[in-house]
Design a protein around this ligand. Structure first.
Ligand code: PGA
Length: 253
């Protein structure tokens, strides 16, 4: 299983030129990387340009991902973006259920489930984000919240399909706060996710799934998640906007 490092640019980089420049700098800093697969997830509107740039760089380790998609392939859905459109642009991955979408767009577990099913049906890889809020944590509800998010997001997802999903454990209180989860806490959550998958599918299936950590990842803490807590990669927000820091994160693995 390849280590995955996802760069989630979110709604940053306000011009196509700045997105292109950052992409070129990231690519330059990552030229010698062989061990990991790097997935850059820009805003939708920058995907065509970045896809064109990628086609010119045959040896790159960078792949493209989207930050969201709709759950239907096509039709009368004003303002939405179809997973097929993203596939046709060269995307391999789609982030789904990010906590910012759950919070600001009221994305529900049911909507997330429909998106997961659609992404899988069109041959793309969902990066399914799950994680508790600060309040859930304080009330000792981490396990209940993770179980509900996972079970609902995976309705009608077969045993064969589950192996294609990448899970991203992202405690909400650690996102964009500079206060990452401790590697011990993250490790407990990772084991919990595996247990939930084992109960729903099987023990061997649970052992094979890829789980990433996300939430204030930087070059100083990335090894504690991947090397100590057993995650098979990370989802990086703010630090992915700094090409030097991002290259350092990748080199730590
Ligand atoms: P952060 O964002 O690295 O800025 O905390 C992570 C994320 O939202 O996925």
């Amino acid at each position: 299983m390849k280590t995955l490092i996802i760069a989630n640019w979110k709604c940053n980089l306000l011009t196509a030129k700045s997105a292109e420049e950052l992409f070129k700098l990231l690519n330059k800093g990552l030229r010698k990387i062989r061990k990991a697969e790097i997935v850059v997830c820009p805003s939708f509107i920058y995907l065509p340009k970045l896809s064109e740039l990628l086609l010119r760089r045959k040896k790159t380790r960078i792949r493209l991902g989207a930050q969201n998609c709709f759950w239907e392939g096509k039709g009368s859905y004003t303002g939405e973006v179809s997973p097929i459109m993203l596939k046709n642009l060269g995307c391999k991955y789609i982030i789904v259920g990010h906590s910012e979408r759950r919070k600001f767009l009221n994305e529900t577990n049911q909507m997330i489930n429909r998106k997961v099913q659609a992404i899988l049906s069109f041959g793309l890889i969902p990066i399914l984000c799950i994680g508790e809020t600060k309040e859930d944590k304080e009330k000792g509800k981490i396990s209940i919240v993770l179980r509900s998010q996972i079970e609902n997001a995976l309705k009608k997802v077969s045993k064969k399909e589950i192996g294609k999903i990448v899970f991203a454990y992202e405690p909400r209180w650690a996102i964009g706060t500079g206060k990452a989860c401790s590697s011990d806490e993250a490790c407990v959550a990772r084991l919990l996710i595996q247990k939930i998958i084992a109960q729903k599918y099987s023990q061997p299936t649970a052992k094979k799934i890829q789980i990433l950590y996300g939430g204030s990842v930087n070059s100083a803490n990335v090894a504690s998640f991947v090397k100590d807590a057993g995650f098979q990669g990370v989802l990086v927000g703010s630090a992915s906007l700094d090409p030097n820091e991002f290259a350092k994160i990748v080199k730590e693995l």
